[in-house]
Design a protein around this ligand. Structure first.
Ligand code: ZN
Ligand code: ZN
Length: 355
């Protein structure tokens, strides 16, 4: 039964009809052995460029990870092209809930060592021995089970604005960190608990589930197609939505609202807010949550210091930045001592355990 994870021809036709001249925002991934990544990359670029596809696509020997947007009227030829590639035939396409014609502004197809920077040594475990994939309905049942531990495999700035009810949300900056933390906290429960995991589109759970099985977890489940696909299913099948807040996405939209709950706070004043912004000071660019009031008062900056720099003429800012290096790395995402209301999520695990 593939009904739940692929749009039927009828659903696709309706979607395209609704979208009209608009673009559809789509993501997909596939782990598959790709030998000549450079040739494959060029092949994709030439074909998709003609179809006016925009987006960010990573190609590696281990597979492909794609986030892109396609003009609705070119969706069928795009799908047909995917089907001509043996390992992408009928690949599950995660189609966004909210579309934005400006989600991506360029087509970038890059060859990388891995399709997700997961920090894992794949040779040390069997990456194909994955967890059980579950659809939204089964997932909803599983997470009500008192024997289940539900784990969010994303990073802190993602789960902060939205996550499943009762999920453990590790306070981590990287996927690798998360893996160790969860294993450590659940050491005693590798056999008796059901480990149920989810991420944005499912790709991180593909490796994580195999890793945990390798580490001795007996009951490992993963949400098929992640949050993006979950939302489509609950809408299509009229299921209860158990996701609170917003789904963080990696394009210009930054997030999709899934429920009306605002579960985060402005990092500057503490009022309810769940809109991420990048500090306007080019040399800072910190990703943090800022409410409308603070946005105005702080001129889109994370601190008065950044505000002052941002007010300087551009040339002067450039001189200041010289030799400073690029501070915009992942470890700065949503972390700074001067943001008093950035919550520490690390202890959530402890409060979760006795259900
Ligand atoms: Zn505020
Ligand atoms: Zn700043």
């Amino acid at each position: 039964m593939q009904l739940y994870n692929n749009l039927s021809a009828k659903e696709r036709a309706e979607l395209i009809e609704q979208a009209g001249k608009e673009r559809l925002t789509i993501s997909f991934y596939k782990y598959a052995k790709i030998n000549n990544t450079e040739i494959f990359r060029n092949h994709l670029f030439l074909a998709w460029d003609q179809l006016e596809v925009l987006g960010r696509i990573y190609v590696a020997n281990e597979g492909i990870n794609a986030q892109l947007s396609v003009p609705a009227e070119n969706f069928e030829p795009f799908k047909n092209h995917l089907d001509t590639i043996s390992f992408l035939e009928n690949v599950r396409l995660n189609i966004a809930v909210e579309h934005d014609n400006f989600a991506f502004l360029k087509l970038k197809v890059k060859v990388r060592n891995k399709i997700v920077a997961d920090g894992l040594n794949d040779a040390s475990f069997d990456v194909t021995n994955k967890g059980v994939h579950v659809n939204a309905q089964k997932f909803n049942e599983l997470i009500e089970d008192p024997n289940t531990v539900l784990v969010d495999m994303r990073n802190h700035y993602e789960s902060e604005i939205g996550h499943f009810k009762n999920a453990v949300t590790p306070d981590v900056d990287t996927f690798r960190e998360s893996l160790d933390l969860i294993e450590e906290d659940l050491r005693e429960h590798k056999e008796d608990k059901k480990l149920v995991m989810y991420c944005t589109g499912g790709i991180r759970c593909e490796k994580a589930s195999a890793y945990y099985k390798h580490k001795g977890f007996k009951n490992v489940f993963q949400l098929e197609g992640g949050i993006i696909n979950y939302v489509r299913q609950i809408e299509a099948e009229g299921l209860e939505n158990k996701f609170l807040g917003k789904n963080f996405v990696f394009d210009e939209r930054r997030s999709e609202r899934i429920s009306d709950d605002v579960i985060a706070n402005c990092h500057q004043c503490g009022n309810p807010a769940d809109l991420h912004t990048n500090c306007a000071n080019e040399a800072c660019h910190l990703l943090f949550i800022q409410c409308e009031d603070c946005k105005e008062k702080m001129e889109n900056c994370c601190s008065t210091n950044c505000m002052e720099i941002n007010q300087l003429p551009f040339e002067e800012q450039k001189t200041l930045r010289k030799g400073q290096g690029n501070s915009n790395d992942i470890f700065k995402k949503g972390r700074a001592d001067h943001l008093p209301f950035k919550k520490d999520l690390r202890n959530i695990f402890e409060t979760m355990k006795p259900k």
